[in-house]
Design a protein around this ligand. Structure first.
Ligand code: ASP
Ligand code: MG
Length: 423
C-alpha cells in the first residue's frame, strides 16, 4: 500500500507539534510519502521578507529575516542537543537565505517571490526529516523541486505532468515501509528555477504525488476533526461530515465552503483515490473521506455563510425590460471591475446580484449608474444551504430579514439583512 500524508503549517508550528507528526508517521504501517508545509505562519513571514527585499528596505529585511531565524532556531533548539551536527547544517541553510536577500532584486516580483518563499518549506522538511531520523524513523528527505516540474508561471506554476511523472516514479521507489519526507507548494522549471504553485499549494502537491504514484489514499491532517457541515464560528451546531462525494465537495467549494480546493480534488478523482481529512490532534478519529460514492438517500445539510456582502439591484433608466443585451452590458461592467457575482436574480425590470463588499464595488456602482438606476443594500450576508430541509433553513434564517431567496432541487440560498427583525 502507498499512502500520501500532507501536514499543514499548524501541525508543525512548534517542537511539540513536530513530535506529534513524527508519531503519526511512525504509526503508519505502509509505504509513505509525507508532504510538509512551512511551519506555522512562516509563509506569511517570508512574504514580508520578499516585500522588504523588493523595496530594498534594509531595516525590514533584517527584521523579517530575524523573525524567521529566531522562530526556527527556537524549534531546532527544543528538538536537538546543542552539539548535534544538524545545528551547523541548519545554520548554513539560514545563511543561504541571508545571502539570497543580500542580492539585488530583479524586476519580476513573482520570480523573486519564488526564489525566497520556498525556503520556508526547505527549513521545515529538513527539521522534521532529521528529527524523525534521530528518533529512529528511517526516512529519505527529497528536494521535490527535482521531481515536480512546472512551467514558468511564477507564483502560480502549472504542473508539467509528463516530466513530473517520469522523475517522481524514478526517484520514489518503495521497499518495505519506506518513508519519504518532502515539500509541498514548490517545484521547478525545466531549467531548475524554483517555482511555487500558489498559496495553500501543498494540498495540491499531495494530490499530484498521489496521482503519479497511484497511491491508495491521500490524507490531509488538519487541526479540525474533518470537513464540517458549517463554520463553527458562526454556527455552533456544526458537525463533522463522514463522507462526501467528489462532485459534492467541488459544489461546496464553489459556494464558498472551506473544504478542499477543486484543483486538489481533480487529480484524485481522475484516479479514484480517496482523500481523508483527519485531525492531527486525534489521529485515531475517523475524520472525513471524500471519494466517489453514490449519494445515499438522505444527505446532511451543509451551511455556507458569506459575510460582508452587498446586494445590488440594477434597473434600466428607460424602464425597458431586462433582456439579453442589457444583461450583457451589465456583465461586462462586472468583469471589467473584477467584482465576482455570488448570486444573481432577474425579473422583468430588475437585475439583482449579491457580491463581496470589496473596494472595487463603489467604482462599479458609479459606472453602472450612467445607464441604470442602481440601488444597494449594505450589510447583508449570503447563506447557502445544500441538501436543505425546512428545519435546516429555519436554523439560519429565523430572526433575519430575507432580502432575496433562491431555491433549486438541492440548494437553498438566502440573502439576509444582518439586523434583527423589529416588531
Ligand atoms: N506554505 C504554503 C502556504 O502557507 C503552502 C501550503 O502550506 O500549502 O501557503
Ligand atoms: Mg501553510
Amino acid at each position: 500500500m502507498i499512502q500520501v500524508y500532507k501536514f499543514g503549517g499548524a501541525s508543525v508550528k512548534d517542537a511539540k507539534g513536530i513530535k506529534n507528526v513524527c508519531n503519526i508517521i511512525n504509526n503508519c504501517q505502509n509505504n509513505l510519502v509525507v508532504v510538509i508545509s512551512a511551519m506555522g505562519k512562516t509563509t506569511n513571514a517570508m512574504e514580508e521578507l520578499v516585500d522588504a527585499f523588493i523595496k530594498q528596505d534594509q531595516t525590514h529585511i533584517k527584521i523579517a529575516y530575524e523573525t524567521v531565524v529566531n522562530y526556527h532556531n527556537q524549534i531546532v533548539n527544543d528538538l536537538f542537543e546543542s552539539d548535534d551536527p544538524f545545528l551547523a547544517q541548519f545554520d548554513e541553510l539560514l545563511n543561504k537565505l541571508w545571502q539570497r536577500v543580500q542580492q539585488h532584486p530583479g524586476l519580476d516580483y513573482d520570480f523573486e517571490y519564488d526564489q525566497i518563499v520556498p525556503f520556508g518549506e526547505i527549513l521545515s522538511t529538513q527539521i522534521v526529516s532529521t528529527y524523525a531520523r534521530k528518533i529512529k524513523i528511517n526516512n529519505t528527505w527529497l528536494d521535490i523541486r527535482k521531481l515536480i516540474k512546472t512551467d514558468e508561471n511564477y507564483r502560480d506554476a502549472g504542473i508539467n505532468w509528463g516530466l513530473s511523472s517520469q522523475f517522481v516514479k524514478s526517484k520514489i521507489k518503495f521497499d518495505d515501509n519506506s518513508v519519504f519526507i518532502t515539500q509541498g507548494f514548490i517545484g521547478s522549471t525545466i531549467n531548475n528555477i524554483t517555482t511555487t504553485l500558489g498559496r495553500e499549494g501543498s494540498d495540491y502537491s499531495g494530490a499530484v504525488l498521489a496521482h503519479i504514484l497511484d497511491a491508495n489514499s491521500l490524507t490531509i491532517w488538519k487541526d479540525v476533526p474533518g470537513v464540517l457541515n458549517a463554520d463553527p464560528r458562526w454556527y455552533p451546531f456544526a458537525e463533522k461530515l463522514d463522507e462526501i462525494s467528489y462532485p459534492e465537495a467541488i459544489e461546496l467549494a464553489y459556494y464558498g465552503a472551506q473544504v478542499i480546493h477543486p484543483k486538489t480534488l481533480k487529480p484524485l478523482q481522475n484516479k479514484n483515490i480517496p482523500l481523508f481529512v483527519k485531525s492531527f490532534v486525534d489521529d485515531q478519529a475517523r475524520g472525513t473521506v471524500i471519494q466517489s460514492v453514490e449519494l445515499s438517500g438522505v444527505e446532511v445539510p451543509v451551511f455556507i455563510l458569506k459575510k460582508d456582502q452587498l446586494f445590488i439591484t440594477i434597473s434600466p433608466k428607460d424602464f425597458s425590460f431586462i433582456l439579453e443585451d442589457n444583461l450583457s452590458d451589465i456583465f461586462t461592467f462586472f468583469s471589467k471591475h473584477k467584482v465576482k457575482i455570488n448570486l444573481m436574480q432577474n425579473s422583468a425590470l430588475n437585475f439583482s446580484v449579491c457580491v463581496n463588499n470589496v473596494r472595487n464595488v463603489s467604482k462599479l456602482i458609479e459606472a453602472l449608474q450612467k445607464d441604470f438606476v442602481v440601488r444597494y443594500n449594505e450589510n447583508v450576508e449570503l447563506v447557502t444551504v445544500r441538501n436543505y430541509t425546512d428545519k435546516a433553513v429555519d436554523k439560519v434564517t429565523i430572526g433575519k430579514e430575507i432580502v432575496d431567496a433562491q431555491l433549486s432541487r438541492n440548494t437553498a440560498r438566502y440573502v439576509l439583512k444582518c439586523s434583527e427583525w423589529k416588531f
